[in-house]
Design a protein. Structure first.
Length: 175
C-alpha cells in the first residue's frame, strides 16, 4: 500500500544578490537627437527571485531613492519636487534613458551620470555605476578617410630618382 501527499515547500529567497550592471558604461550620441529620443538602455541583473530580484533604476542625483529604506525621512518634503539638471531622464522599470532637452556638443561634450540600480527586497540592495555619455556635433567629420587597400604594396627600383610615380593609394571619405 502506498500513499502520497502533496507537500508545499516554501523556500524563502534571501535577498543576497545586489543588482549587477551589464550595460555599456560609455556611449556616444549626436547632438541632433530630438527631445524624447531614446538615448540608451541601462540594465542590471539580479539573481534573486521576485521582489528580491526586481531591479529599478535611478539617477543618483535624483536622490529620492531610499537605498536604505529605514532612514528617517522627516525633513524630506522637498525631495519629490526636485528635478534633474541633466538633459536626460531614466525610466525606473525599464532603464530607458531619454533625452529631455536639446544637446549641444559645443556647449557640453560629455556627461558622467551616476546611476543606481536597486532591487525591491527588504532590505534593498543597490549598486552604483557611472555612465559616460559623449556628445558629438552633428556636423562633426565622423568618417575619417579609409584606405581602400589595407596593405599598399609597391615595388620600386632602387635606382629611380626621387619623385618617381610608384603607385596610387585611394581613400574614400563619406562626408
Ligand atoms: Ca537569493
Ligand atoms: Ca537582489
Amino acid at each position: 500500500m502506498t500513499s502520497s501527499a502533496n507537500i508545499d515547500i516554501n523556500v524563502a529567497d534571501v535577498n543576497d544578490n545586489a543588482p549587477v550592471f551589464v550595460s555599456p558604461r560609455k556611449i556616444l550620441v549626436h547632438d541632433d537627437f530630438f527631445v524624447g529620443s531614446l538615448v540608451t538602455m541601462v540594465r542590471a541583473v539580479d539573481l534573486d527571485f521576485r521582489e528580491n530580484g526586481t531591479v529599478e533604476y535611478y539617477f543618483a542625483e535624483d536622490n529620492f531613492v531610499a537605498t536604505s529604506s529605514s532612514t528617517s525621512s522627516s525633513t524630506s518634503s522637498s525631495s519629490s519636487s526636485s528635478f534633474s539638471l541633466l538633459p536626460f531622464s531614466i525610466h525606473p522599470q525599464t532603464g530607458a534613458i531619454n533625452l529631455t532637452s536639446e544637446l549641444n556638443a559645443l556647449r557640453r561634450s560629455s556627461y558622467m551620470i551616476e546611476i543606481i540600480a536597486t532591487d525591491l527586497g527588504k532590505p534593498k540592495l543597490a549598486k552604483r555605476t557611472n555612465l559616460t555619455i559623449d556628445v558629438r556635433s552633428f556636423n562633426w567629420n565622423l568618417n575619417p578617410p579609409i584606405f581602400k587597400e589595407r596593405y599598399a604594396n609597391f615595388s620600386v627600383r632602387e635606382n629611380k630618382p626621387p619623385g618617381t610615380f610608384v603607385g596610387k593609394v585611394s581613400a574614400t571619405d563619406d562626408d
